[in-house]
Structure formats: C-alpha cells, structure tokens
Design a protein around this ligand. Sequence first.
Ligand code: PGA
Length: 249
Amino acid sequence: MKILVFEKEEYLDAYVGEYICHFIRNHSQPVIGFATGSTPLGVYRYFIDNYQAQKVSFRQVKAFNLDEYVGLTPSHPRSFASAMKNELFSHIDILPENINALDGSKEDMIQECQRYESLIDANPIDIQILGIGMDGHIAYNEPGSPLDGACHVVDLHQESIESSLDYGFDHIEDVPTQGVTQGIGTIMKAKQLIMMAKGEKKADLVKRMIYGEVTPDFPSSIIQRHPNVIVCLDRNAASQLKEEDYEKR
Ligand code: PGA
C-alpha cells in the first residue's frame, strides 16, 4: 500500500486528478469508478478545469458510480446520480450512455443489483475512487457487511444517515434509510483503488483503516488486502499515522 500525505488539500486534489487524467490519456477505453461525498469534489473540479483547458477528454471513459439511495429515482435532486451529474458529468464530454449507476428506484432491487454486478464484470474498473465514511464504511458497505459481498441493498447506519445532511437534505427524516451499493467484493475487483480522506475528523478512522484488523466491523480495512492501492491524505487525516509509513508531498 502506498500512502501519500499532502501538505495542502489542493495538492492532494491535483495529484489524484492528474493521476487519473494521465491514465485516461494513455488508455483507449478507461473504466473509472466514481464516489460521491464531499472528499472527491476537488478532484472533480480538477477534471472540469482540465477538460475546459482541452488537456483531457472523457469521451472514451466508462463511468461506474459506487452507490445510491434506495427509493430515489436517478433524476431526484438528492440522488447520487444527480450529485455526480451536477458535480462532474454535466461539465465534461463523457457520453451519457457511458455513465453507469445503480438505480435505487427499481421495483426488483435484487435484479438491479445482479444487472450492475454483471455490467462491472463485463467492464472491469481500472481505477476506483473511494472515501471513508464516519462509521468506517466504503461505498455504502456498513459495518457488518461481508468482505466478499456483491452489489446489495443495505440498511443505512445512523452515522451515514446523519452524514447525508451534508449532501443537501433539509431534514433527517427526508434521508432514505436504505442504500444500494457495490459490495466489498465488487470494489476489490477494481484493478486499482485510490482511497482519499481529508480532515481531523477522519484521523482515527484512517488509523484504524491502515493499522487495524481487517474485519467486516470496519469495512474500509479491506483495502489492506488489495494489491494496488494508493491512500491519499491531507495532513490532518494523517495525524494518527507514523511518519515512517507515508511519503510526504
Ligand atoms: P465524505 O463521505 O466524502 O462526504 O466524507 C465519505 C463516505 O461516506 O464515503
């Protein structure tokens, strides 16, 4: 595992942004996994700026979103599909038919999960962007999720419901209580993971993710078992790590 700690948040965003742009420029059919949440927004800004400066094109990129709320249509303003569209996809030249996501409004969610898992198997993800949730989740794999799980519906934990207030819901009772997510097994099939975390509030979580036991009780710990992972942190998120374990940037 490579751990990089950046002096400034903007350096972190530019590093991850440029790393992925470089990959896109050098591959004919790049498949990128995108995460919602506040952590990757600076990277998405980097993509938009570089697209506008004609330094990168997303026309060949296939995109896979990580997770979604159950009960919201993709066009609902608070859906993760809408968030990805508003924060990134509507500002770049990605083709709409290349944007893939779980649809949390389907009648038969088991079938929807199987559809998405098969689609990912047919289009293996080259680079998956990840964040860590306040309960240690990755995507919506809450504590207790099987480490080899496929796409599935989950009951959201209270921390995840409360964190959703940061994503534009006005009242806690408006937040869906279930999510649908790539499983930990799905995420582990990606060829490379880029795990990002920022801020003091993530410091203890990052420590447990890197040094703790790999356990379903702390789903992000699974990244220790992935053969190709880059962890990108700001100084605050890295404050509980030993200096000899990371590279300073
Ligand atoms: P955040 O969410 O980027 O908004 O902190 C991370 C996550 O829940 O995975």
